[in-house]
Design a binder for this molecule. Structure first.
Ligand SMILES: *Cc1c(COP(=O)(O)O)cnc(C)c1O
Length: 465
């Protein structure tokens, strides 16, 4: 493809993007398609001869949009959002066309330096004190794995990477029973093992925080049994119902016990750009060693963009840095971010943050988040008034509820809602009961979109009772 042809197709791609997003509200959020609907429409063998771009494009338009679950649909209320503000899409288009590898300062000086500045913008935006630095990773799963590996190396006197783990006792990591599955997987692949991830019970509503007394007692028990406590993983805004741990207690325990403290705020972290939420969710956050939050969830930075803040990056660098001859550079004073992470190759993720934060300003981003929280609260009250059981009250913009009937009826209602297509929600389990999970956070979502969700839920629950 020559560059003039590239420019013409690039313009067409941008035009397609605008039209797709202008019309996405009219599409069902989740396509009504059966498994296997698309593989059959693709050639089973790769072409030997090159094809015309026009033919490729036609097939794209014919096959792809109707096979998508539309994550950028304003009535996407399932899971958590994966927001992509238009301006962050533009930045990603530019990253695509520049296609740099950002592993070392010298492989992309501006990307490295912009990453440092964006980390510091977000540190200020989230109310973290000076001294925290950080790195942009692909996902919270990777950041949490990095933190767990650091816990492992600290706890083994920095010998795990060299010698392996045999004969080093059972390393223990502590968390609540509300944490995301990425914490389990980090412990699996770090060689800690599921049985050494100690999940403690949580206290009651409204916060479902880990029981600090139980945590202290368990650490003491484990030490007495000859195990090796290595770290604590706290959560602010867990996936199920938004559970949040009391950070002041966990910071104190980590300090007393000499444990590394990682905070998973993958979803809720974005809301901490609003100072009014910090007193509740962010108190003592500066005592954490590592904090992860995903601007690609609620802030508007296109996936992937996960920010890990670190109080002392040296511990993570001592865990992950490896420097074969071909990666040596002659600049001693620069940051080489691939030494902070597991993959070597790195995308230029800072650009979309730079575009996003400049275009909307923090005030513009805060206004969106505040609306989402307010609208989720309003819908929750409407549903309560209409006789729905609110199982967990809104935590930021997430609440759970039940319609009439038993667990099977809840799942049937979720399935009916999603087959209807006007909105998309997911189910969850809370305290042994099936719940319908509702979160507001899509970037272009309006109050009318949220209120329409109420109409759809009432209508379909009414049909079934
Ligand atoms: C989404 C989420 C994760 C996982 O995030 P990825 O970036 O997809 O790895 C982890 N923890 C919480 C609380 C989440 O909401």
């Amino acid at each position: 493809m020559d560059w003039d042809e590239f420019a013409a197709w690039g313009a067409k791609a941008a035009e397609f993007g605008a039209e797709y997003h202008k019309g996405v509200r009219e599409r069902p959020v989740r396509p009504a398609v059966a498994p296997g609907s698309f593989a059959d429409r693709l050639a089973p063998v790769p072409p030997e001869a090159g094809e015309e771009m026009g033919a490729i494009w036609e097939d794209f338009e014919r096959i792809v949009p109707e096979g998508l679950t539309h994550w950028q649909h304003p009535r996407f209320f399932a899971y958590f959002p994966a927001n992509a503000a238009p301006v962050s899409m533009l930045a990603e288009m530019l990253v695509s066309v520049l296609a740099p590898q950002c592993m070392l300062w010298q492989t992309s000086p501006v990307a490295t330096e912009m990453e440092g500045v964006m980390i510091d913008w977000l540190r200020q935006a989230l109310g973290l004190p000076e001294g925290f630095s950080g790195v942009i990773q692909d996902s919270a799963s990777s950041a949490t794995l990095s933190a767990v590996l650091t816990m492992r190396e600290r706890a083994t006197g920095w010998t795990g990477n060299r010698e392996g783990l045999s004969g080093k006792g059972q390393l223990r990591i502590y968390c609540s029973d509300q944490v995301h599955s990425s914490i389990d997987r980090a412990c699996w692949v770090a060689g800690i093992g599921q049985e050494n991830l100690v999940k403690l019970p949580t206290r009651d509503a409204p916060e479902f925080a880990v029981d600090a007394e139980a945590l202290r007692a368990r650490i003491a028990e484990d030490r007495a049994a000859g195990h090796v406590p290595a770290g604590i993983i706290a959560v602010t805004g867990a996936t199920g119902v938004g559970a949040w741990d009391h950070l002041p207690e966990l910071v104190e325990i980590a300090r007393d016990e000499g444990l590394y403290l990682h905070l998973d705020a993958a979803w809720a972290g974005s809301a901490m750009i609003c100072p009014e939420f910090r007193a509740q969710f962010w108190e003592a956050v500066e005592g954490c060693d590592s904090i992860v939050f995903n601007p690609h969830k609620w802030l508007g930075a296109q996936f992937d963009c996960s920010v890990q803040f670190l109080r002392d990056p040296k511990q993570q660098i001592d865990t992950l840095k490896i420097e074969p001859e071909y990666l040596k550079t002659s600049h001693a004073e620069v940051v080489n971010y691939s030494e902070w992470t597991i993959p070597l190759g790195r995308r230029f993720r800072a650009l979309k943050l730079w575009f996003l934060i400049r275009y909307y300003g923090l005030e513009g981003l805060r206004a969106r988040l505040r609306n989402h929280v307010a609208w989720a609260g309003a819908l929750c009250e409407d549903l309560r008034r209409d006789g729905f059981e609110i199982v967990t009250e809104p935590i930021l913009s997430l609440f759970t509820f039940r319609g009439p009937g038993d667990d099977a009826a809840q799942q049937a209602l979720v399935d009916a809602i999603n087959a209807d297509g006007r909105i998309y929600v997911t189910q969850g389990m809370h305290a042994g009961r099936k719940v319908i999970r509702f979160q507001v956070g899509q970037f272009d979502c309006t109050r009318d979109d949220v209120m329409m969700a109420g109409t759809v839920i009432r209508e379909l629950a009414g049909d079934r009772s």
